[in-house]
Design a protein around this ligand. Structure first.
Ligand code: SMO
Length: 709
C-alpha cells in the first residue's frame, strides 16, 4: 500500500502513531458512562409510548399506576405546560418545522412517541407502573406526510445536454432506514442543586454545549442554571447530536420534583424512538458524450423525516444534494431534494449524513455509464475528475472543494488494488465458476463548517492542560489533542492533560460531529496553544499562562477517498462475502495514523452493514417490525473483510492544521464500493439492480429473476 506524503517531515507529536491514551481504562472496564454516575435517591423514569402511528388521545387512567409500589409521580403534557421548540439547523431554503413533542399532547404521531412519564424509586418499578396505565387512543389515518424541507439547484442547460448525449445512465437507490446503534444507548442522569435552582445533567451526548442551550430554551430557564457533562460516551454516530424529548422530561422532572432523576434507554427504545439514519430515495440520470465526458446530471433526493425534526434533520438531504456530483466535473446539473413528515421515529444524521447517499448515486451512475459505453470504469472516472490544478473548485450547488488530488487518489488506489491482486483473484474465482466481482467508489467528504474553541493552560512545572470545546464520543480526542499540543510545545504527549465534555469547565463548542473534531476543534486548540507559546516567548513566566481561542473555519475542508471491494456471491443462497477492501483516503495532514486507520475500519464496518445487512422496517400499519437486535442485523466480526487502509496527505488550506475529516470515510466509500462489486459479480447473469440492503434473499431473487427474464 503506498503511504505517500506530500508534506515535509512531520514534527514530533503530529503524525506519530501514538496508541490511544483512552483505551487502557476503557478496556479494563474503568470507563465512566452516564449509567455509572452514582446519584443516591434518584427517581427512575420510564415512558408510556404510543402503540399507534396516528390517533387522538381520548383519555387515560393512571389511578392504579399512581398507587403502584415505588411510584413518585406521573406526568403528561398538561403537567409540563407550554415548552419551547427545539432549534433545527437551516441549511435549506424551504423549511417548515413541526412542533417538538416532549410528551404527546392530544394526539399521537408515531409508534414509540412518549405519552406519559412515570417516575419511581427503581427502573423496574417505573416500568411496571407503565404497564398499569390504561391509555385510550382513537386510531386515525396516518395520511400522506406534509412536505417540510426542499431545495433545488441548477446549472447549465441540462435538457440540451441530455438531448445531445451519446449515452444516458440511470440509477434509483432506495436506502434502507438504519439504526445508528452505538453500544451505549441514550442515557441521562440529572442532579439538582440545594435550592432546586440549578441542575447538573450527565448526558450521553456528542454536543453537550448545545444540549445546555437547547434545554434552557425549551424549558424557558437561564442557561446559567444548567451544567451539562458528557462523561465517557459509548458511540454516538449522529444519533446523540440532538436533544431528545425523553431527556427534556428528565430535566424538567428533576427541577419540578427537586430530586435527582435518571433514565437509560433500552435497545428497543433506541430502535423505536432514537433518530434513524438514511432512508432516502435517490434517483439520477447521467448524460455522457461519445468520448466518455459527463455532460449533465439530474437527480432527485427525497425522504421521510419522522414526526419531529432533530436538530440536524435537514443535513442528510442537504448533503446528499449539494455534494453531487462529488469529485467530478459536470457542466450542467439539476438537483432537487425533498423531505416530508412521516409517522415514524425521526430520521436524522447518521455517520456520513448524506455523503454516503451522494456517493452511492454518483458511483452507481458512473459504473452504469461505463458499462453502457463499454469503457473501463476507472478510465471513465479519470476522464471526468476535477484536477488539483482546478482547486479550489467552485461547485454549482454552492460547494467549494478546497484541495485534493483526485486523479492521483484514483491512480494510487487502482495501483494498490492491482498490487494486492484483486483483479487476479476475481479472474481466478471466475475461472473456477464462482460469481466474483470488483467494485470501486470514489468520493468526497466535507467536514464541518463554523467554529470550535479551546483553552490551553501552561504551568511552570512543564505541564500543559487543554480544555476542548468539542467532546468525545469514544473516538480518541484526548490522544489527538495531546499530540497537537505536544508537537507545539515540544513536550512528551504525557505532559499534556486533556479535558472535555463539561460545560462548566470547558469553553463553548458545537460538538463531535460531521468529521469536524480535528480540522476545526484541532485548529482552535492549535491557536490557543500558539497564543500561550507567544506569551511564554515574550517573558520568563513563573505563573501559569492561559489562553482561549475561538477558531472559525475559513471554509470546509474536503477529504476524499477511493475504496475497492472484492466480493464473491454464493449463487445458490445469494449470500455475499466481502473478501477484501482497499481504502485509500486523503485526510489531509494526519495527526495520528492509528486514529485514522481506526476511523476507516469502524466506518467500513458500518458501511458493510449498510450495504449488506441493516434495515429498519415499518409495516403498512406503521408498526416497527425490527424492534430488537434479533430482527435488526448488525455486522459481526466474521462479516468483516481484510482491509488495507492507506493515506494520501494533501493538506487543507482551509485550516491551520491542514487537516481534513476522516470520521465518515468508511461509511461513505464502502457501501458504494460493495454494491458496485456485487453488481459486477452479477453482470454476467444480466442483473442490473438489487434493492438495499443486499441480503441473501434479495440477491437470490435478483439472480432468479434475471434467469427467468
Ligand atoms: S452523522 Mo455525524 O455525528 O455528523
Amino acid at each position: 500500500m503506498p503511504d505517500s506524503d506530500t508534506q515535509s517531515e512531520p514534527a514530533a507529536g503530529i503524525g506519530m502513531p501514538l496508541r490511544r491514551r483512552e483505551d487502557a481504562a476503557l478496556l479494563r472496564g474503568e470507563g465512566r458512562y452516564v449509567a455509572d454516575i452514582d446519584l443516591p435517591g434518584a427517581l427512575h423514569l420510564a415512558f408510556l409510548r404510543s402503540q399507534l402511528p396516528a390517533g387522538r388521545i381520548r383519555g387515560c387512567d393512571t389511578a392504579t399506576a399512581a398507587c403502584a409500589p415505588g411510584v413518585a409521580a406521573i406526568f403528561d403534557a398538561a403537567d409540563l405546560g407550554p415548552l419551547g421548540n427545539l432549534t433545527v439547523a437551516t441549511p435549506l431554503s424551504r423549511q417548515t418545522v413541526p412542533p417538538y413533542p416532549v410528551l404527546a399532547d392530544g394526539r399521537v404521531d408515531a409508534v414509540g412517541q412518549p405519552v406519559l412519564a412515570v417516575l419511581a424509586d427503581s427502573a423496574a418499578h417505573a416500568a411496571d407502573a407503565v404497564e398499569m396505565i390504561d391509555l385510550d387512543v382513537e386510531a386515525a389515518a396516518a395520511g400522506a406526510g406534509d412536505p417540510l424541507l426542499a431545495e433545488d439547484w441548477s446549472a447549465g442547460d441540462a435538457a440540451v445536454a441530455f438531448a445531445a448525449a451519446s449515452h444516458v445512465a440511470h440509477a434509483e437507490i432506495r436506502h434502507a432506514r438504519l439504526a445508528p446503534s452505538p453500544i451505549e444507548c441514550r442515557a441521562i442522569a440529572v442532579d439538582v442543586g440545594p435550592e432546586g435552582e440549578t441542575v447538573t445533567v450527565w448526558l450521553s451526548s456528542q454536543t453537550p454545549h448545545r444540549a445546555r442551550s437547547e434545554l434552557a430554551a425549551i424549558l424557558g430557564i437561564d442557561a446559567g442554571r444548567i451544567r451539562v457533562i458528557a462523561p465517557d460516551v459509548g458511540g454516538a454516530f449522529g444519533m446523540k447530536a440532538s436533544l431528545y424529548p425523553e431527556e427534556v422530561v428528565a430535566v424538567w422532572a428533576a427541577l419540578h420534583l427537586r430530586r435527582p432523576v435518571r433514565w437509560t434507554a433500552s435497545r428497543g427504545e433506541d430502535l423505536l424512538a432514537a433518530s434513524h439514519g438514511r432512508g432516502l430515495t435517490c434517483r439520477g440520470r447521467l448524460a455522457v458524450d461519445g468520448e466518455g465526458r459527463f455532460l449533465a446530471l439530474e437527480a432527485e433526493v427525497e425522504g421521510p423525516l419522522g414526526h419531529w425534526l432533530t436538530t440536524s434533520a435537514p443535513v442528510p438531504l442537504w448533503n446528499a444534494g449539494r455534494i453531487l456530483p462529488g469529485p467530478y466535473r459536470v457542466p450542467a446539473l439539476r438537483i432537487a431534494v425533498r423531505g416530508h413528515r412521516s409517522h415514524t421515529a425521526p430520521v436524522g444524521i447518521y455517520r456520513g449524513a448524506g455523503r454516503p447517499e451522494a456517493a452511492m448515486l454518483m458511483e452507481r451512475l458512473v459504473e452504469a455509464a461505463a458499462r453502457g459505453l463499454g469503457l473501463d470504469p476507472v478510465e471513465l472516472r479519470r476522464r471526468n475528475l476535477v484536477g488539483p490544478q482546478d482547486m479550489p473548485w467552485q461547485g454549482a450547488t454552492g460547494t467549494r472543494l478546497d484541495s485534493g488530488d483526485y486523479p492521483r487518489l484514483l491512480a494510487e488506489a487502482d495501483a494498490a488494488a492491482r498490487a494486492a491482486g484483486l483483479h487476479r483473484l476475481r479472474a481466478r474465482r471466475r475461472a473456477a465458476g464462482d460469481l466474483a466481482g470488483l467494485g470501486c467508489a470514489l468520493f468526497v467528504e466535507p467536514c464541518g463548517q463554523g467554529w470550535e474553541s479551546a483553552r490551553v493552560r501552561w504551568t511552570p512545572n512543564g505541564r500543559v492542560e487543554a480544555f476542548l470545546g468539542g467532546s468525545s464520543q469514544g473516538h480518541g480526542r484526548e490522544t489527538a489533542a495531546a499530540q497537537i499540543l505536544a508537537d507545539l510545545f515540544g513536550l512528551p504527549a504525557e505532559a499534556v492533560e486533556v479535558r472535555h465534555g463539561d460545560t462548566a469547565t470547558c469553553p463553548a463548542g458545537i460538538g463531535a460531529l460531521a468529521s469536524r473534531s480535528t480540522p476545526i476543534g484541532g485548529s482552535a486548540l492549535l491557536q490557543a496553544g500558539r497564543q500561550v507559546l507567544a506569551e511564554l516567548d515574550a517573558g520568563n513566566p513563573s505563573a501559569p499562562v492561559e489562553a482561549e481561542a475561538v477558531y472559525t473555519a475559513a471554509g470546509e475542508a474536503w477529504g476524499s477517498g477511493c475504496h475497492w471491494a472484492l466480493v464473491t456471491v454464493d449463487r445458490d443462497t445469494g449470500a455475499v462475502r466481502v473478501e477484501q477492501m482497499i481504502c485509500l483516503d486523503d485526510a489531509g495532514r494526519i495527526v495520528n495514523p492509528i486514529l485514522v486507520e481506526g476511523q476507516i475500519m469502524g466506518g467500513v464496518a458500518q458501511g458493510l452493514g449498510e450495504a449488506l445487512l441493516e434495515r429498519l422496517v415499518y409495516d403498512d400499519a406503521g408498526q416497527l417490525l425490527t424492534g430488537s437486535l434479533m430482527d435488526y442485523a448488525l455486522p459481526r466480526a466474521a462479516d468483516m473483510p481484510q482491509i488495507r487502509a492507506g493515506c494520501l496527505q494533501t493538506p487543507s488550506p482551509a485550516n491551520p492544521l491542514g487537516a481534513k475529516g476522516v470520521g465518515e470515510a468508511g461509511t461513505i466509500g464502502a457501501p458504494a464500493a460493495i454494491v458496485n462489486a456485487v453488481l459486477d459479480a452479477l453482470a454476467p447473469l444480466g442483473v442490473r439492480d438489487i434493492g438495499l440492503p443486499l441480503r441473501p434473499e434479495s440477491v437470490w431473487r435478483a439472480i432468479r429473476d434475471a434467469a427467468l427474464a
